[in-house]
Write a new protein. Structure first.
Lengths: 407, 190
């Protein structure tokens, strides 16, 4: 019995469907009219194939529409909160002047929205990934693979929402008020990493995000029991509760079932492999990552969370610009953060140098080999034999010396 | 007795039993099938009960340790694991449940496709034995304290005591701090 037996049986069954038709001789088929030939042929296989194609089309249309409907709910709620937070530009505009709440990519599985134009905030980018509902077979295979080979599962397979809030270091007290001028100076104070992370996602987020993989994990009474702090320095643990206050504490308790983490950071998500990338990838921002939710109550909570983070940046920026209150981050803390960055940069440079050294050695060896080959090709047959003999003796001598030292 | 040694003893005993049975007799095959399915079902129920206990306890105490490097995956340094007692327990129990599925698939192939009955008889005790000897079952069903051999992270069982055992997870403060600052996250594979 072979493994392919079931397949062979299925093929035989399909062939048997039209055994009678194929048994007809050429003359018999010629004698039949077109309609008679159509009637004599068994169309079961073709009908099944057409039914499968129709089903695939229905799933495709249904799946893409389902994702769009969910995205409309999600981005509708988020964009509404952007309007409430007084952002000047929310969503996208097409060439024809039409407003778009979000843009979708890759068969409606990736969705993005954007807002800009506000005091203290340069922009907010919202990105969401949804399951490929249009292809249920692929979804099923991916789930099965995830059960038996979890290492093969990419993070992007899950449904999530990423909200990236970028500060600009500019503060304007009123709509007509003058904007502050020392933006770069203010932004230099946002170079630190501190996060509130859901306990059920601790290992995963450390693995996926470079900036969280250099932090300490600590439980704290200032947080609801389902969260931990992940900060590059334990003194930074107080920053989020300080600026978030009791409002954030209450909110964190309510969003525990879908919030993965809130992180203030300036370091990249992907580990930089060169010093140039290190310099380029540093951008102060706050990242809110959560599981995808589309029910009204959860979306309301998400709106509040975004507004809370924007409020935190408002307060921090105002403190630095107006100097009305002493900022939470002392000079000493910022110095420690700076030191950590220097150490990380040194680590990257060390690896870079090592790689360069290895490449140089490899190149040198290649050149020497090439040179030897060239020299050999210039020699006559007798001289080549002499050279080979000399080399062989050299190798043997070296081997003998090695054995002597071992003994 | 060490569970792995007792497994070996049971295996040898079952081999002797299987030699005395007529594996061609449909009645014997039926009884062997019933014994295997009963054992697997009982093991599954024990694990599920322990699982429900873990979920209902919802112990969110943080657990940090450095797991030993996986030489097969080309790792040279241990990896920091930050989890909760609940998630650790669920991971352990889920891997035990998964091993039941793997065993079922293998036995299904051996017995239904290859028509061997001997392996079915050999495996008719080990699923329930493994379930009752599982650390999570000992903690959550038999109420044993999570200390000593049952302290998380669990030690990998070894057949010959300390000799030949796989390296243990590190739980000392220094190793954890070093691993925490290693910055090994965010490495994207091409």
């Amino acid at each position: 019995m072979s493994i392919l037996d079931p397949l062979l049986k299925a093929l035989e069954f399909v062939n048997q469907l039209n055994a009678k038709y194929f048994a007809l001789s050429y003359e018999e088929q010629k004698a039949m009219t077109f309609l008679e030939r159509l009637q004599a042929y068994n169309w079961t296989f073709e009908l099944v194939v057409v039914a499968i194609l129709v089903l695939m089309y229905v799933f495709y249309v249904g799946g893409t529409k389902l994702n769009t409907r969910r995205a409309s709910k999600l981005f509708g709620a988020i964009n509404e909160s952007f309007h409430e937070l007084a952002f000047a530009k929310v969503g996208f505009s097409t060439k024809g002047g039409q407003k778009k709440q979000f843009i979708s990519e890759q068969n409606n599985t990736w969705f993005t929205s954007f807002t800009t134009g506000r005091s203290a905030i340069e922009s907010i980018t919202v990105q969401s990934h949804m399951y490929a509902h249009y292809n249920p077979i692929a979804m099923l295979v991916e789930r099965l693979l995830a059960v038996f080979f979890p290492a093969l599962v990419e993070r992007d397979l899950k449904e999530f929402v990423d909200i990236c809030v970028m500060p600009n270091g500019i503060y304007a007290s009123t709509e007509t008020g003058e904007a502050s001028k020392n933006a770069d100076e203010v932004l230099s104070n946002f170079k630190f990493v501190t996060a509130v992370v859901n306990k059920s996602d601790m290992a995963k987020v450390r693995e996926e995000n470079y900036y969280l993989s250099i932090t300490h994990t600590a439980e704290n009474d200032k947080l609801p029991v389902q969260y931990v702090f992940m900060s590059e320095n334990n003194q930074l643990n107080g920053l989020i509760p300080h600026y978030g206050g009791s409002r954030l504490h209450e909110l964190l308790e309510k969003v525990g079932h879908f919030l993965t983490f809130i992180s203030f950071t300036d370091l990249p998500e992907e580990k930089p492999v060169s010093d140039k990338l290190w310099e380029k990838a540093q951008k102060p921002r706050c990242v809110i990552r959560c599981k995808l939710q589309t029910n009204a109550a959860d979306l309301k909570l998400l709106q509040e969370l975004i507004s809370c983070v924007v409020g935190m940046y408002d307060t921090m920026t105002r403190e630095y610009v107006q100097g009305t209150a002493a900022p939470y981050l002392s000079k000493d803390l910022l110095k420690k953060s700076h030191q950590l960055r220097s150490q990380e940069l040194q680590k990257i440079q060390k690896v870079m140098k090592q790689v360069e050294r290895e490449l140089a050695i490899e190149k040198k060896q290649k050149l020497e080999k090439e040179k030897r080959r060239e020299q050999r090709s210039r020699l006559s047959g007798e001289e080549q034999d002499k050279l080979d003999k000399k080399m062989r003796e050299k190798r043997e001598r070296r081997q003998r010396n090695k054995q002597k030292t071992r003994m | 007795m060490n569970p792995q040694v007792s497994n070996l003893v049971i295996m040898l005993a079952m081999m002797q039993v299987s030699r005395r049975l007529d594996m061609e007799d449909p009645t014997v095959i039926l009884y062997v099938r019933i014994a295997y399915v009963t054992s697997v079902t009982l093991a599954f129920l024990v694990y599920q009960y322990a699982r429900s206990k873990i979920v209902s306890k919802n112990d969110l105490t943080t657990l940090k340790y450095v797991s030993p490097p996986n030489a097969m995956a080309g790792q040279q340094e241990g990896k920091l694991e930050v989890t909760t007692v609940k998630d650790y327990d669920l991971k352990e129990i889920d891997s035990a449940i998964k091993s039941i599925y793997t065993g079922l698939a293998m036995m299904g192939f051996m017995h239904l496709y290859m028509k061997y009955t001997n392996p079915l008889l050999m495996q008719s005790i080990s699923p329930i034995k493994s379930a009752l000897e599982h650390n999570e079952v000992k903690i959550h069903l038999f109420g044993k304290p999570a200390s000593g051999d049952l302290k998380r992270p669990f030690k990998a069982p070894s057949m010959f005591g300390g000799f030949g055992a796989s390296p243990e997870a590190k739980v000392d403060k220094k190793s954890i701090e070093e691993a925490e600052k290693a910055g090994t996250g965010g490495v994207k594979s091409d």
